[in-house]
Design a protein around this ligand. Structure first.
Ligand code: ACO
Length: 336
């Protein structure tokens, strides 16, 4: 059976570094609180004069293509994961297609909005298209501009200290080498908790005259609502379950994992998983300290950096795992 392999990974982060000390000037928070609760020291914020969600995705894709020695013209499909798209519609996938000069080729672009699980969901979608033989080369992108939606106020401080901007990409290609590539993907969702981590407005199910009102600018309903404690409790359980599911489906054990790349939600969540799985610290990748939580972009940025640092080598068993809004959660096991 045909497999899909990740042949290149890349990322792009904006230049502007925003430290915890910078945030201290904007609201009642402290470097100590942020580091203790989240592990984050700094994050990147985009520059509206040059960075867009789609062009950050394109820049990450170009790095991934270069590293893979693959030409952009070989791409058959774009899968673009974001919850902070450039427009309400169309999705950022078509904008990235244009940015890469692939509009003449009219390749398909799929946008998915599965928040922090978006990249792993996207990987699963790409893997299915390659396995069925429909496409040979697919790019999966996770890109987010969170900073323009954050409110730097005391009422939103538990949310706004966490998130940052960036993009990451992976190029998948069909391969006939047995036992290599994406071994399996597993996706789950539980809509019971949809409103525990969400942005309410401007939602379509409001009465027409209430859909977008001037009052909303002062309400938190246009900002992210996060029940942090509940998210934490579910995240640690679901991460463990979906990693176990991936290992079991492939007859592997946690000792076989060479590198675990979890969604960079919060360093406390990552440390909990690492300790529960009794994995050496060197086998669990973290870069949330430098970028904060970049939602769908966090796993591909981490993958790209881990690969560049030589932490992912040919034949390594790499496990990706994500949990986020929805709630949704997912994993992918990859024999690199
Ligand atoms: N600076 C200083 N104090 C703060 C801040 C801040 N930025 N934010 C909240 N506080 C205060 C609160 O006001 C509260 O004070 P009080 O005790 O006087 O009322 C106190 O800190 C504790 O507040 P909690 O909201 O209970 O803070 P908690 O300890 O739960 O930490 C956090 C918040 C970090 C969000 C935590 O709930 C968490 O880690 N949740 C997991 C969710 C997560 O990681 N989300 C990331 C995005 S979602 C995802 O990627 C899956």
């Amino acid at each position: 059976m045909r497999n899909s392999r990740i042949v290149g990974v890349g990322h792009f982060v904006p230049d502007q570094v925003v430290s915890n000390q910078d945030l201290e000037k904007l609201m009642d928070t402290s470097n100590d609180w942020i580091i203790e609760r989240t592990g984050i020291s700094e994050r990147r914020f985009f520059d509206h004069t040059k960075d867009t969600c789609a062009n950050m995705g394109a820049r990450a894709t170009k790095m991934a293509l270069e590293r893979a020695h693959v030409d952009a013209s070989e791409i058959d499909l774009i899968v673009f994961a974001t919850i902070t798209p450039d427009y309400m519609f169309p999705g950022s996938g078509v904008l990235m297609q244009r940015e890469l000069g692939l509009d003449k080729k009219t390749i398909a672009a799929i946008d998915i909005r599965n928040a922090c699980s978006g990249f792993v969901y996207g990987l699963s979608i790409a893997d299915q298209f390659i396995k069925t033989g429909m496409y040979k080369t697919v790019v999966v992108v996770g890109a987010e501009i969170q900073s323009s939606a954050l409110e730097f106020s005391d009422r939103q401080r538990h949310v706004s200290v966490i998130f940052g901007d960036g993009a990451g990409a992976a190029i998948l290609q069909a391969s006939d080498v047995a036992g290599k590539g994406i071994l399996s993907t597993h996706m789950h969702a539980d809509g019971t908790f949809a409103e525990e981590l969400y942005v309410r407005d401007p939602g379509s199910s409001r009465k027409r005259e209430e859909r977008l009102t001037a009052d909303m600018l002062d309400e938190v309903s246009i900002k992210a609502h996060m029940n942090g404690n509940l998210v934490f409790k579910h995240a640690v359980v679901r991460f463990m379950e979906v990693i176990a599911e991936a290992l079991q489906a492939n007859g592997k054990t946690k000792e076989d994992i060479d590198l675990l790349v979890p969604h960079q939600a919060n360093l406390r969540i990552t440390n909990f998983i690492q300790q529960k799985l009794q994995l050496d610290e060197s086998k669990v990748y973290s870069n949330i300290q430098r970028y904060g939580n970049t939602t769908a972009a966090s796993i591909p940025i981490a993958l790209s950096e881990a690969w560049a640092e030589g932490k992912i080598k040919e034949n390594d068993l790499v496990c990706l795992a994500a949990f986020g809004s929805g709630f949704t959660w997912a994993s992918a096991l990859i024999q690199w």
